[in-house]
Design a protein around this ligand. Structure first.
Ligand SMILES: Nc1ncnc2c1ncn2[C@@H]1O[C@H](COP(=O)(O)OP(=O)(O)OP(=O)(O)O)[C@@H](O)[C@H]1O
Ligand SMILES: [Mg+2]
Length: 257
């Protein structure tokens, strides 16, 4: 059997250093964990501990590391559409209309024209942006742009979605809306998600497991399961068990300050 249910993504004794002015700085130290099929894993830790670096390595933007990173049983050697990325800023192409931003990936994959058009509409509808398909990014709010960025990643049907502080630039209300939307889309498409966030509530609301990294060089100091029932909705945030788990993680992080 090769369904990767125990590890679609396997990170094994990962070490990463950057060299600057002939000085080597260790950024990630002995990081080992797995992300199963359809699983959501949250990564939290102090600023500068290597969270974005970790996502960049998994995305395949950088192959300079020690240890192993395997996806679907293969070493990661380059970026690929099956590992989609959603960044903190939406990074849409400013010169393309929303529909063309969404269609960009499928066009590069040489999908049939009529399919691209149909899929574009489907995914814009899923994120509540169908009425804006002829707009340009600058005509949308930050939250709306982030919805488009989510649709742009999901239209490629990634097995793994890499999210780097995806909603941190948004106000609280918009962030909650995006978290609810992410839960809804995850229920529908079930991609695995590796979610880097500063927002403990976000990690608890979305993730099945949370990995806590130490101050740089980032080392895993705790891995905890988040066993709240699914499907989840925003009411979970108000529950006692949610608050108890949140304080546990906050205690862990306050030790690192
Ligand atoms: N391209 C690079 N060259 C040299 N050093 C780098 C490079 N990218 C990141 N670093 C260093 O690696 C360390 C980790 O950076 P990284 O961006 O991964 O942290 P982070 O945990 O994502 O922080 P934040 O929470 O603030 O986003 C930092 O000290 C940073 O200066
Ligand atoms: Mg970062």
């Amino acid at each position: 059997m090769n369904d990767h249910s125990d590890g679609l993504l396997i990170i094994d004794h990962l070490h990463k250093s950057y060299c600057h002015d002939n000085t080597e700085t260790e950024v990630l130290k002995n990081v080992t964990f797995r992300v199963g099929q359809g699983e959501i894993v949250g990564v939290v830790g102090p600023s500068g501990c290597g969270k974005s670096t970790l996502l960049h390595l998994v995305a395949g933007f950088d192959q300079d590391y020690r240890g192993d990173i395997a996806f679907c049983g293969q070493k990661i050697t380059c970026p690929a559409t099956e590992r989609g990325m959603v960044f903190q800023s939406p990074q849409l192409f400013s010169w393309l209309k929303i529909k063309d931003n969404i269609a960009f990936g499928p066009k590069r994959q040489h999908m049939a024209k009529e399919d691209i058009s149909a899929q574009t509409r489907i995914f814009l509808e899923r994120v509540g942006m169908l009425d804006f398909l002829d707009y340009y990014p600058e005509q949308l709010s930050g939250g709306m742009q982030q919805r488009v960025a989510l649709a742009r990643a999901l239209i490629m049907k990634p097995k793994l979605l890499l999210m780097d502080e995806p909603f941190s630039a948004l106000d609280y209300q918009s962030r909650l809306e995006m978290q609810r939307l992410t839960l809804k889309l995850w229920e529908e498409y079930k991609p695995s998600i590796l979610l880097v966030t500063h927002d403990i509530e976000e990690a608890l609301l979305l993730a099945d497991r949370i990995i806590v990294l130490s101050k740089g060089p980032g080392e895993i100091i705790r891995e905890l399961s988040v066993n709240f029932d699914r499907p989840r909705d925003l009411s979970l945030i108000k529950s006692l068990s949610f608050h108890q788990l949140k304080s546990q993680i906050l205690d862990q992080l306050s030790v690192l300050m």
